[in-house]
Write a protein that binds this ligand. Structure first.
Ligand code: AHG
Length: 336
């Protein structure tokens, strides 16, 4: 019975009262929620609305853009500009920052409008990732320097998952809560309060086709998992790879696990695959708030000082004891 549950709006108002905040934050979240609902609608309509296939363009990172990448980016930019909460925004699909003119917004919004978009045409879950920062005092919102803050500075982060149901999972630094969209009512309801990541797991996720490029500590970790009961871990592991980080992180928040996209011999020049500011940082914030850990293997992800908006980074996140094991393997390999 959804009417017995609290809505995302109620949850935000409760948080606003509890923390003695102004309504600015609630308004800001409201725009994100509306944008996610609209993107969910477009993803759901799929081929019926001509939303599949490629847009015939490339983003700043030289990746082919899907029709829905472009549409989701436009929706997010437009909806979040209307409310006046943001001074500027930055996205995976935009070369430079997008200044929101004509308001006195005090926040900055970073987002990946449609993560895992290679999955769209095959009807597998995709998602939107967002991260909110404060506009630093006297900073120029039109300059990317305003955005270059470590993940620890995030005010709020989350994702919308467009799967069998649409969910919005978020943190403001006070735990992690998950909300499910009731399409008929048009609202998100709290269905997954206080999400937590168990410290141990029997599930890992990595793109194993890249094994030949891995560094020895990653190879060692995966081989130990694959050795199962007879190996040093003394238990059997299962492997998953959706190729959609939002879906992987959601699985980890629901039942534990570890997700790895390491820097390897092939992607090292670029610094890895996943983007720090709008993929790794928001996911690291959620995972840490749920009691898990998020590291590059050598450093806490949220402590990485960004040098660029589209900077890439190694990602190892999820169940705490697994991430600690990975960090220890890297330390040993580096001779520490
Ligand atoms: P994109 O947003 O460009 O579709 O990137 C998807 C990301 C992430 O969601 C996923 O975990 C990873 O890239 C998949 O990488 P592989 O192509 O190596 O499987």
């Amino acid at each position: 019975m959804s009417y017995r549950r609290i809505t995302l709006t109620h949850y935000l108002l409760q948080e606003q009262r509890r923390l003695g905040r102004s309504g600015a934050f609630t308004a800001l979240m409201h725009d994100i929620i509306t944008a996610c609902k609209m993107i969910s609608h477009e993803v759901n309509r799929g081929a019926m609305a001509g939303n599949l296939g490629t847009a015939g363009s490339e983003n700043v990172q030289g990746e082919e853009q899907k029709t829905l990448d472009v549409l989701a980016n436009d929706i997010f930019l437009h909806m979040n500009a209307l409310g006046g909460s943001y001074a500027a925004m930055a996205s995976e699909e935009l070369d430079d920052v997008h200044v929101v003119h004509g308001n006195d917004g005090r926040y900055l919004l970073l987002f990946d409008p449609l993560d895992g978009s290679s999955n769209i045409d095959v009807d597998i879950s995709v998602g939107t990732i967002f991260s909110v920062l404060r506009l630093p005092e006297n900073a120029n919102p039109g300059h990317k320097g305003a955005f270059l803050q470590a993940g620890m500075q995030q005010v709020c982060a989350g994702y919308a998952l467009y799967g069998p149901s649409t969910m919005l999972v978020m943190t403001t630094g006070n735990g992690v809560n998950g909300f499910t969209l009731d399409r008929d009512v048009g609202m998100f309801f709290l269905t997954h309060p206080n999400m937590t990541v168990p410290a141990d797991t029997k599930e890992f996720a990595i793109n194993a086709s890249r094994a030949r490029f891995w560094e020895p500590p990653v190879k060692r970790y995966v081989e130990e998992c694959q050795a199962g009961k007879e190996g040093p871990r003394g238990k059997d592991f299962n492997m998953r790879w959706v190729a959609s980080m939002v879906a992987e992180v959601h699985r980890i928040l629901v039942r534990g696990g570890v997700f790895l996209y390491p820097v390897d011999a092939e992607n090292r020049k670029k610094g890895g695959k996943l983007r720090l500011m709008y993929e790794a940082n928001p996911m690291a914030f959620l995972i840490e708030q749920a009691g898990g850990a998020a590291s590059t293997g050598r450093e806490r992800i949220m402590a990485v000082e960004p040098g660029d908006l589209h900077q890439r980074v190694a990602v190892m996140l999820g169940s705490k004891n697994e991430v600690e094991r990975l960090v220890s393997h890297h330390r040993e390999f580096d001779g520490g």
